[in-house]
Design a protein around this ligand. Structure first.
Ligand code: C5P
Length: 224
C-alpha cells in the first residue's frame, strides 16, 4: 500500500492564472498553465490528504480524488479560499493578477473616433497575504511561491517577510528558463527557522517531482 503521510490533513491549493474582465468579452490574463499547482494537489491527495484545489481558468483535468473549484477572477478566488477554511496546510501556487480593471464595461467596448478607451487598474487583494495574516483561521502552515526574473533569493526573502507566510518556493521565470507553461522547474525552498531563513536549492525537476518533494518536506514537518 502507498504510504499516506498526510492522512487526516486538510490541504488547500490555489493554481492557474486569474482572468480580470475588461468588458463582457475581454479580459486581462497571464501565461500561468496551472501545472505546478495541479501537480501539488495530486501529490497531496496521493499522500492521503483531503485536498481542495481552487483554480483559475486552465486547460487541465481535475486531479483524481481532489475537490476542484474553478474560478475566474482574483476576488472570486479569494472568496473560494476563505470558504474552504479551516485547513492544516495552504499552498498558494496561483499566478493571481495584481490588478483588475476598475471601470469594467457592462457592454462590449466599441471603437470610437475618440481613440482608445482608458483602462483604469486597481490593485487586487493579495490572497496569500490575506490568509497568512488571519487572526483566527490562519492555517498552521502557509506556503507561497515567488516567481522572479532577477535577484531571486533576496526578492523571495523580502516576500516571505512581507506576506507573512512560513515557506516560499522561489523560482526563476526568466523566458530563457521555459518555466512558465513548461514542464520543469528549479526551486529554492525558503523556510523560517526561528529568526533565520534557511535556503534549500533543489536540482531542476519536473513539476511532478517538485510537487512530490514539497509534499515529502511537508510530511517531515508534520510528523515533528
Ligand atoms: O507578489 P507576488 O505575486 O510575486 O507573490 C506571489 C505569491 O503570492 C504566490 O504564492 C501567489 O499565489 C500569491 N499571490 C496571491 N494573491 C495575489 C498575488 C499573489 O495569493 N493577489
Amino acid at each position: 500500500a502507498q504510504p499516506r503521510p498526510l492522512a487526516g490533513k486538510r490541504v488547500l491549493v490555489t493554481a492557474g492564472p486569474t482572468h480580470e474582465p475588461i468588458d463582457p468579452v475581454r479580459y486581462i490574463a497571464n501565461r500561468s498553465s496551472g501545472k505546478q499547482g495541479f501537480a501539488i494537489a495530486a501529490a497531496a491527495q496521493t499522500a492521503g490528504a483531503d485536498v481542495t484545489l481552487i483554480s483559475g481558468p486552465v486547460d487541465l483535468d481535475d486531479p483524481k480524488g481532489v475537490t476542484v473549484r474553478r474560478v475566474e477572477s482574483a476576488r472570486e478566488m479569494l472568496h473560494r479560499v476563505e470558504a474552504a477554511l479551516p485547513v492544516d496546510i495552504a499552498i498558494f501556487a496561483a499566478a493571481v493578477a495584481d490588478w483588475r480593471v476598475a471601470n469594467e464595461g457592462e457592454q462590449k467596448l466599441k471603437k470610437t473616433s475618440a481613440g482608445m478607451p482608458p483602462l483604469q487598474l486597481v490593485e487586487n487583494p493579495d490572497i496569500l497575504a490575506t490568509i497568512a495574516k488571519l487572526a483566527d483561521k490562519r492555517p498552521p502552515l502557509v506556503i507561497g511561491f515567488a516567481a522572479e526574473t532577477e535577484h531571486l533569493i533576496d526578492n523571495a526573502k523580502a516576500k516571505l517577510a512581507r506576506k507573512g507566510c512560513d515557506w516560499i518556493l522561489a523560482n526563476d521565470v526568466s523566458p530563457a528558463t521555459g518555466v512558465m507553461g513548461g514542464d520543469r522547474n528549479t526551486i529554492h525552498l525558503l523556510t523560517r527557522e526561528g529568526a533565520e531563513i534557511n535556503v534549500d536549492s533543489w536540482p531542476v525537476m519536473t513539476k511532478e517531482q517538485v510537487a512530490a518533494a514539497l509534499v515529502a518536506r511537508i510530511a517531515k514537518t508534520a510528523e515533528k
